[in-house]
Design a protein around this ligand. Structure first.
Ligand code: CTP
Ligand code: MG
Length: 171
């Protein structure tokens, strides 16, 4: 059995590590919008490639926000180059994971904004961790913590976003 202070330390390390991915995922909800990444194009199945929920501006602001968090982490803890790269890769991974999620949802016939439980909450962190892995792989305990914390945090922040009328759906 792990002791309580060890658990708290692991949760802290998990939040610290994955923070750029969280900001990359959340910023487009506030600052995204405009022309869709897929240019309105349909896939061979007749449905949208990604849909109107994945925009060029969302992609750009998401990567910028996540990278900025990495820079702040680098200033706070250093080395800057390490955290800059990590922040960028986590942000890019979060956005690509989110995009892949929408691609899969459209192929399953789920319209923009429809839910695919599991993928919606964890797809972005899985791809973020994969892209960041050449630079840093957290301990398995930290990875487990990320997978346990993220769905709860994702649902909670989305509900807050819904209440603030930033999102049209509470999940
Ligand atoms: N968003 C964006 N660009 C992105 C990702 C998100 O502009 N690359 C914005 C969109 O306004 C989107 C909102 O953030 O509606 C919430 O993101 P998300 O829940 O991922 O999109 P959904 O609208 O639910 O669409 P999907 O079903 O494709 O996930
Ligand atoms: Mg959604």
């Amino acid at each position: 059995m792990a002791r309580l202070n060890e658990v708290i330390e692991i949760i802290g390390a998990a939040l610290w590590f994955i923070l750029p991915a969280y900001f990359a995922n959340a910023t487009p909800v506030v600052l995204g919008g405009g022309p869709p990444l897929d240019g309105g194009k349909k896939f061979i199945d007749g449905r949208r490639v990604f849909g109107d929920g994945k925009t060029v501006r969302g992609f750009v602001v998401g990567i910028a926000a996540g990278t900025a968090i990495g820079v702040l982490q680098g200033i706070a803890k250093g080395p800057l180059s390490h955290y800059l790269l990590l922040g960028f890769l986590l942000a890019l991974g979060a956005l690509l994971g989110d995009l892949m999620g929408s691609f899969i949802k459209r192929r399953l016939g789920i319209e923009r904004g429809g839910a695919l439980p599991g993928l919606d909450q964890l797809g972005f962190v899985i791809i973020a961790l994969l892209l960041a892995s050449p630079v840093e792989v957290p301990s398995w305990q930290v990875i487990v913590a990320i997978f346990l914390i993220t769905p709860a945090l994702h649902l909670a922040t989305n509900f807050i976003g819904y209440k603030l009328r930033l999102k049209s759906r509470p999940y």
